[in-house]
Unconditional design. Structure first.
Length: 270
């Protein structure tokens, strides 16, 4: 089952990446071009997935929206991973009061969901991609900090780390040479799962109007625009909703498959 999850998740995730790459060089029509004479065209024929209330080609918007979602999600996860892993490794090295401080700060950040943080940031600095990246990235920091700290503590107890300390290597050198490479697998798995959550969060923030702003295509914005026309043109909501579901499902399955493949305990259990 784990192998099937890995292949299915990898295929779906590769499909999203392929959509983003294709959109960077080609789309059937300009994603933001309006054609009021072609409003609410059903899927098929000239318009593969139909058109929206402005006559924009939905297929082109879906392709362009893949680039937007991936860009925001990757940037947010990168911010969370860079800061979170650094804090987690620092807490594992120093322990004591610094460890307690990092963990309590994580608890405070967890108390404010990404959506609430984005609403506050939008009121202060304005809505946009930067707001979504910052809000989702801050929410990812405590996730990576906890994962990195827990994994790093296990590695610090290993014999080769004790030997490195006896040889006179400092905490920074041990962390960079021994700790980070040995927890990289755990971080990759967690990063894949957080990427799925980040894409879902980006769609939610764009749906609420504090994420990607028009005319830039966004899957969440497409869902928001489709609310008024559900009875007249249900494909306006069905297409982006299905794409979001498949993208998130693919990344989650990929994360599960990578976890089963990289975790030695699970490998021994099989």
């Amino acid at each position: 089952m784990s192998r099937a999850a890995l292949w299915i998740g990898g295929g779906l995730s590769a499909g999203v990446v392929a959509m983003a790459l294709v959109a960077s060089v080609w789309t059937p029509y300009p994603p933001t071009r309006m054609n009021m004479r072609a409003r609410f065209q059903p899927p098929g024929g000239e318009w593969w997935l139909g058109t929206d209330h402005f006559g924009r080609d939905i297929a082109s918007m879906i392709l362009a929206g893949a680039s937007t979602s991936l860009m925001v999600a990757l940037a947010a996860v990168a911010v969370g991973m860079l800061i979170g892993v650094s804090l987690g490794c620092l807490a594992a090295v120093r322990r004591g009061w610094l460890d307690d401080l990092v963990m309590r700060c994580n608890d405070v950040v967890f108390a404010f969901p990404a959506v609430l943080s984005a609403l506050v940031l939008a009121a202060v600095i304005g809505a946009g991609a930067h707001t979504a990246i910052l809000a989702i990235g801050v929410f990812n920091i405590p996730v990576f900090a906890r994962v990195a700290r827990g994994a790093a503590l296990q590695v610090w107890a290993r014999e080769f780390v004790t030997a490195a300390r006896a040889a006179g290597r400092g905490p920074l050198a041990i962390t960079l040479v021994h700790i980070v490479p040995n927890i990289a697998g755990v971080l990759v798995v967690q990063g894949t799962i957080q990427l799925a959550l980040a894409m879902l969060a980006e769609a939610g923030l764009s749906f609420l109007g504090v994420g990607i702003q028009p005319p830039t295509p966004s899957w969440g914005r497409m869902l928001a625009d489709a609310q008024t026309y559900l009875e007249r043109a249900p494909h306006l909501a069905l297409v982006p909703g299905l794409v979001i579901a498949l993208a998130v499902l693919g990344l989650n399955l990929l994360g599960d498959g990578l976890r089963d493949m990289l975790d030695p305990k699970l490998r021994r259990a099989r």
